[in-house]
Each structure stands twice: as C-alpha cells, then as structure tokens.
Design a protein around this ligand. Sequence first.
Ligand code: F3S
Length: 292
Amino acid sequence: MQVLLAEHAGFCFGVQRALDQVEKEVSQGNRVATFGPLIHNPQVVERLAQQGVGEVEDLEAASPGRLVIRSHGVGPEVFEQAKQRGFDIVDATCPFVHKVQKLAKEFTDQGCQVIVAGDRHHPEVQGIVAWTGGKAFVVADEREAEALDLRGKAALIAQTTLKEATLRQIESALRVKADDLEVRNTICAATNKRQEAARRLADEVDVIVVVGGRNSSNTAKLAQICQSAGVPTYHVETADELELDWFLGKQKAGVTAGASTPRWIIEEVVQRMTDVNQEQATTELLEQNQEV
Ligand code: F3S
C-alpha cells in the first residue's frame, strides 16, 4: 500500500503565527495565558500546558497577566474588558480574520445588514458578529438564508474556513431575497488550498485518513469533502487511533490534515500507516504460505 500526503495539509499561516507568538513569550520567561484554547487541537494545547501556558475562560475570575488572543479573534468588548482588568494583551488574531472583522464593522457602520455565512457556535463567527455590535445574522446554509427577513442593503461575508460551495448556495438564496446585496468572499486561501488538495487526493486513493482535533471545524470539513468524494474516510486525532482493518486490501491510502494540526502528529500518522503497510504485507505473505 502506498501512502500519499495531501499537497497542502497541516498548520496554516495564522495558526503557526499564533503558536510562534506564544512560544516567544514562553522563551522570554513571561507568564502567559491564552484566552480559550490556543487552537482546536488537544495535543498542542496539552504541550503548551506542560510548558506552563495557562488558559483563561473568564476574565473576571482570572488574575491579570499576559493574555494571548488566539487566531480566531474576539469582539471589541473582550479587548475592553481585558484592558480594564489590567491584562497585557498579545493579539494573535490571524490577519485574515482581522480583515473579516473590519469588513463586518465597516458594512454595519454604513447601515448594511451583515450576514455571516458560517457556524454560529464557532468563536471566530462569534467574534465577527461582536464587531457588528451583535447586529449580524449568521446562516449556516441556504435553508437558513431563505428564512431571513431582509430589508434594504445587505452584505454577505463568510467564516474563513467555510466550504466554497456553501457560500455560493447561501449567496444564491440571498440574491432572490435581497434587492441590494454585496458579497465578499472572505474564505481564507489556506482553507481553499487544503480543501482542493483533499478533493484531489480523495480521487486518487482507496482510503483516506483526516488528521486533526475533533473540535476543529476545518478538519471536520476536510473529512466531509473526502466522504462526499465517495472514499472511505477516517478522522483521527493521533496515530494511536489508526486501525489495521481500514487498510486491508487497499492499494493507496491518503493523509490530509486540518489547519490546526501540527507537523509532528501528521508525521506520526504517516509513519504508523507505513508500518501498518509492512505488517499487512507480512500477514498477507503468511496467509499465502499457509494456503500453499
Ligand atoms: Fe488564518 Fe486562514 Fe489559518 S484565516 S487562521 S490562515 S485558516
């Protein structure tokens, strides 16, 4: 069995940048905490905890220190509250997310009804909505878009990790309803690259393993894309979850990973699959010998 890695997989620019900022603080001996888990990857968060990086959920309850805003970003009220409580802020909001927040605010200031295409439970979306003063509507799909009551000017923007096809479906549904709709495709290029590479890989292989946190929305989307391509797809967080059965009789296996999956976890998975490969060959050889 051949093991192929997607052309684009693993850490994106924004996540790497946020992690670099935290590691720089640690290396300078600063006591640092992140506002919520730095990224949606439990293994990375665990490693940071071992280096003494704390996690703050409630600004009122935490004692002030250096506070890292993660790549998903937050609303203006969090900056305000953190400042008032005496936190020293390190803003690791991804510049692409920052751009969406800025657009959301500008459209709202111009009197436009902002619609965010994305997952309303995701912190990035919640942060974007906060920059509109809570006025933006969030829609996850075309069905929710169809149910909106729109009057006047409207502007559609997207969560950076949304699937391109979902944005297009939401746009089509809104075009019917809104007289004056401005659309900005704010899906991040890193997301597109990973999704396209996963789609290409899914066409090439007999089975695919998607690596990343179960709480990572972009990893879950990669798994959906591979599944929709009709290839058996398995989502794992670490190499320990791989099962030999998945690869029985397969000629080519693919590996892809979300934007919050570090290199070391991807390498472990690829390595383990290569080992599985050898185990499989040995089992097959033994079975053949028994038959003779
Ligand atoms: Fe930023 Fe795109 Fe990553 S928005 S956090 S570079 S997926």
